[in-house]
Design a protein around this ligand. Structure first.
Ligand code: SAH
Ligand code: ZN
Length: 734
């Protein structure tokens, strides 16, 4: 049986039907989930192993037979650990059927098929009793059912149910406890991902608050508490000068997973007093958690960023992100306070922390007795609904705004009829304020329309700006004040995932040629795709095979990921690279340039290929890809989604923080040996029909005298270089 699925093509904007292999979806889901990187997390694995070892020993001392329940077994790893530690019986359950299948095969391959009773269901559907799923209640529960927010995967319900139905009264739990830490900070930089600031005329300097406001922010947007969704990120990569702590890290929730010492509530609000460490605006709360793996509290697994990590305690300022374990499956998070307020150093404040079954939120009480809303904040204004965090960052990015305003300043005259193609195009309102004759905006959604109407009203340009529907092919020329003289798009659409997906502007323009005057200005006018060979310090772990994990064979799981990656049509996936350190292993390579000025999209594919020399020594394990958008023919009118500083071979790359770059990982890392000649071959094909961008990368090495070559490429199935393993001596900045 084949599965049909309809997907939105982010480049062409068309809905397309695709035939998926029967098992396509789940494999993709497994591959895209954090499974591989979680299993590469040696600290996590080791500490679970130690926790299981200690719990089994404790039960033995008590003279009890050890009956283990592993909730959410995944690959079966924790169950196999329990077997090796000498458990008498092990029951494992897994709610996600494809993973349960993987566990079944993996357990068998490791000789644990008979020893572990596998139930392919959610723990809350398990029944205990003679002849049921489990004969008896378990006296040891091992579970790893946590996410970045700790409870987001439903841990509370899982543990409450287990206590009531699946465990003995005095069962041991690995982990036994979890603590959530919160730290209040002041941070204008973090706020860029949440609050939209007025657009100001560039003053030559850093803008500053005194610069004249061009586009004012509607009150509804100013007063909005912001998006409800958690902002998860790699906090250790956030520059320290971006924020000032106003509170120390405060333990705000303690979860006793057994529910014996303290009930495990579905809803809870706690209050923690602190004295502000500094003057500043209370903008946000940084959050992370730790769990204790043993009943003595000696084995601690912490997700703290390096500057608050227990492993870095006492080392002063000598620690960096390289000194704490890297993981992507558990990051840290930022919660924006619903109404930022100014506080002075020493002021006593109360952090009000709440959670329900799946999420956390925070508020601040400034004075004793002040009424504080304990409800979960949610966007009221719409702007946080239609825009991703990345996009909100773009709306506040001084570098982008400077280019857009310069472009518009040159472009806008009293005769300009501007068509702004794109979602939530605040720059359209800017053009009206700059004196354009008329501006037409296109909005795809009701919420988007509401947001733009608020911007138009606040900026009093009702008579100069008209909102059209997204599909303007039906709009006729007679509906406009005059033919369009300029078409402007910010290179970002709500459907854009990869940097070049904003090519959609080219396709959108095509649907409105009947509205254009004789020689319309088209911005952007050109796209250049770039690639950089890099060493990804950590990111390779999301795809690299495990081979073994704590002595257990992981071939079955490795095969699952490998197959899923082969089936995936995109060999390149989006990641915000500022969060994932990458060392440059060459200089940026231009791959392909597309001229976006022709009003017809070409019929046939557009390709480009080439080869560049890679300087040894070093190791290349991937390519980073991005797009530069030339807005006009003027040299500096470029919006980049790539490096924001000059790329230096051997140094970490500084990336645009307001876009996701394209990540390509080589099947195996390629060592650039000194004394050999290394060549990167690249080929890029753009298929205008369906908007796909295809990339091939391949590295060959040869001694200058001989012609023999070794290579790693996207197509080679048997890489000549050493397969992935944690490269010794290559940790950090190799
Ligand atoms: N235990 C494995 C996998 C952890 S990932 C390891 O440590 O490597 C968590 C897994 O738990 C996921 O596969 C998820 O599907 C599963 N899961 C979460 N809650 C569950 C529940 N209540 N019952 C069964 N499976 C659950
Ligand atoms: Zn909002």
């Amino acid at each position: 049986m084949s599965v049909f699925s309809q997907q939105l093509n982010p480049t062409t904007g068309r809905r397309e039907w695709g035939v998926m292999p029967e098992d396509y979806d789940y494999k993709q889901e497994v591959a895209r989930s954090a499974y591989a990187d979680m299993l590469h997390d040696a600290e996590r694995n080791d500490k679970y192993y130690e926790g299981v070892r200690r719990a089994v020993a404790t039960l033995r001392r008590r003279g009890e037979a050890v009956r283990v329940l592993d909730i959410g077994t995944g690959t079966g790893l924790l169950s196999m650990m329990a077997v090796v530690c000498g458990a008498d019986s092990v029951t494992a359950c897994e709610a996600f059927y494809p993973m349960a299948e993987c566990a079944r095969k993996g357990l068998a391959a490791n000789g644990c098929g008979q020893k572990v009773h596998l139930i392919p269901r959610r723990s809350t559907e398990i029944e205990v009793g003679p002849g049921r799923d489990m004969e008896e209640r378990a006296n040891l529960l091992v579970a790893e059912v946590f996410d970045t927010e700790l409870i987001g995967e439903g841990a509370i319900d899982t543990y409450r149910h287990a206590r009531e139905h699946l465990l003995t009264e005095d069962a041991l739990l690995v982990p036994s406890e979890g603590t959530v830490y919160a730290q209040v900070v002041t941070s204008e930089m973090l706020q860029r991902w949440n609050r939209v600031s007025p657009v100001r005329w560039p003053t030559g300097g850093d803008g500053g608050d005194d610069a004249e406001v061009l586009v004012a922010i509607p009150p509804s947007v100013q007063q909005c508490p912001g998006a409800a969704a958690v902002h998860d990120l790699q906090l250790s990569q956030v520059p320290r000068h971006w924020f000032t702590p106003l509170s120390p890290p405060l333990p705000v929730f303690k979860f006793d997973w057994s529910g014996r010492k303290k009930d495990l509530p579905c809803d809870e609000t706690t209050r923690k007093k602190f004295n502000s460490l500094s003057d500043g605006q209370c903008d946000a709360v940084l959050m992370w958690w730790d769990v204790v793996m043993d009943s003595e509290g000696e084995v601690l697994l912490s997700c703290a960023p390096f500057w608050a990590h227990p492993d870095c305690e006492g080392k002063g300022g000598a620690c960096s992100s390289e000194d704490v374990p890297w993981r992507d499956h558990w990051m840290q998070a930022v919660y924006y306070l619903p109404s930022p307020c100014w506080v002075s150093e020493g002021a006593q404040l109360t952090l009000v922390s709440s959670h329900d079954e799946y999420s956390l939120w925070f508020n601040l009480q400034r004075v004793e007795g002040e009424e504080v809303c304990e409800d979960r904040p949610a966007c009221q204004c719409g702007i946080h609904i239609i825009n991703s965090r990345t996009r909100l960052g773009q709306l506040n990015d001084p570098a982008r705004l400077e280019v857009y305003l310069r472009v518009l300043r040159h472009l806008v005259t009293p005769d300009t009829v501007l068509l702004a193609l794109g979602d939530g195009c605040v720059m359209g309102v800017a053009a009206a304020k700059m004196g354009a004759r008329h501006v037409y905006l296109t909005e795809g959604s009701e919420v988007g329309r509401r947001v733009m109407e608020a911007f138009i009203a606040t900026n009093r340009v009702q008579d100069k700006v008209t909102i059209l529907t997204e599909d303007i092919s039906d709009t006729s020329l007679t509906q406009l004040v005059a033919p369009v003289t300029a078409v402007f798009s910010e290179p970002h659409f709500s459907t854009s995932l990869l940097p070049w997906h904003a090519l959609y502007c080219w396709y959108a323009r095509n649907t409105c040629t009947h509205l254009l005057g004789p020689t319309p200005v088209l911005a952007p006018c050109r796209l250049t795709l770039w690639a950089l060979p890099v060493w990804y310090r950590d990111l390779w772990k999301i795809r690299a095979p495990l081979n073994t994990c704590n002595g257990f064979k992981m071939d079955v799981f490795d095969k699952l990921i490998e197959d899923a990656c082969k089936e995936a049509d995109e060999k390149v996936e989006p990641h915000p690279l500022w969060e994932y350190p990458a060392t440059a292993r060459g200089t940026p390579v231009p791959l392909l340039t597309l001229d976006l000025c022709p009003l017809t999209i070409p019929d046939g594919p557009i390709s480009s290929e080439g080869a560049v020399t890679l300087p040894p020594p070093g190791v290349v394990n991937g390519m980073a890809l991005w797009a530069d958008w030339q807005m006009t023919e003027v040299e500096g009118d470029v919006v980049t989604t790539g490096p924001t500083q000059e790329v230096v071979v051997g140094d970490y790359v500084q990336w645009d923080r307001y876009s996701r770059q394209g990540v390509y990982l080589f099947p195996a890392p390629h060592t650039l040996h000194p004394g050999l000649h290394h060549t990167l071959h690249h080929s890029t094909t753009f298929q205008p029909q369906d908007g796909t961008m295809m990339f091939e990368f391949h590295i060959s090495s040869s001694s200058s005298s001989s012609s023999s070559s070794s290579s790693s490429s996207s197509s080679s199935s048997t890489p000549v270089t050493k397969p992935y393993s944690t490269p010794e001596g290559l940790t950090g900045k190799e």
